[in-house]
Design a protein around this ligand. Structure first.
Ligand SMILES: Cc1cc2nc3c(=O)[nH]c(=O)nc-3n(C[C@H](O)[C@H](O)[C@H](O)COP(=O)(O)O)c2cc1C
Length: 219
């Protein structure tokens, strides 16, 4: 380590780059939610600021950045509207389409088409899960916190895990049975790099900035 970077001297753009490049790896997931006037419109978006933060009761924490104009992303609006979300753990096949799907000018239906995912019914919540993911974690919103309500701020969503869809190896593992099957989840690293059981790969993201297409689209 050769340099100390003082955060107080950095603007939003540089702070975001600093945090995303140093806190690695992060999980790579699709969050599925329902929204719209009748709360029946499926939305899907990739996120990496997500973590399991408690085991009993099981809780997930999802952080969603504000857009450049301070408004909430659709996923955040939907979670506040319905109180439910599903965290779908991606594998390496999903990453290119996930990265290229974040164009915020796309409607939810266009985004789903761009990702090529197949929605399936969830068990404990209304938002559908993604059928061919490594795991799908169904969550009920228990607590919402705001860290700043302008560009660079975030909405923090604490969700209680109601059930998890996973493969047989995971089911055997939680019963304490020995299992060395690989788990195909992907870690998001700095500068567009990702890590999986197969190795490292890179899917760079176009770095754009507009009121509705903010810098915080960096994976
Ligand atoms: C791999 C990846 C990870 C991302 N992680 C986050 C994240 O943790 N937080 C965030 O606010 N945006 C993240 N984004 C950007 C959102 O996916 C993007 O802003 C998207 O347009 C939000 O969609 P929505 O408005 O439908 O919720 C990520 C994008 C990619 C490709």
């Amino acid at each position: 380590m050769t340099e100390v970077i003082l955060c107080a001297s950095l603007d939003y753009e540089r702070l975001e780059r600093l945090m995303m490049a140093t806190v690695v790896p992060r999980p790579t997931v699709y969050v599925t939610t329902l929204g719209g006037y009748l709360a029946d419109e499926l939305n899907i978006a990739p996120f990496s600021a997500v973590m399991a933060v408690s085991n009993s009761p099981p809780y997930m924490l999802l952080s969603i950045n504000r857009r450049a104009d301070g408004s909430r992303k659709r996923t955040a609006d939907n979670i506040l509207q319905t109180g439910e979300f599903v965290v779908n753990v991606l594998d390496s096949r999903h990453i290119p389409s996930a990265v290229h799907s974040v164009d915020s000018s796309l409607t939810p239906a266009e985004r789903i088409a761009a990702t090529g995912i197949l929605p399936a019914m969830s068990r404990c919540v209304r938002p559908p899960r993604v059928s061919d993911c490594e795991a799908a974690i169904e969550c009920k919103l228990m607590r919402h916190e705001t860290v700043g309500d302008v560009e660079g701020g975030s909405d923090l969503f604490f969700g209680q895990v109601l059930c998890v869809w996973a493969n047989r190896a995971v089911a055997e593992h939680i019963q304490g049975e020995p299992n060395d099957a690989p788990f195909a989840g992907v870690g998001s690293l700095a500068f567009g790099w990702y890590m999986s059981m197969e190795g490292l790969f890179r899917v760079p993201q176009v770095y754009t900035r507009s009121p509705t297409s903010p810098l915080n689209q960096i994976p």
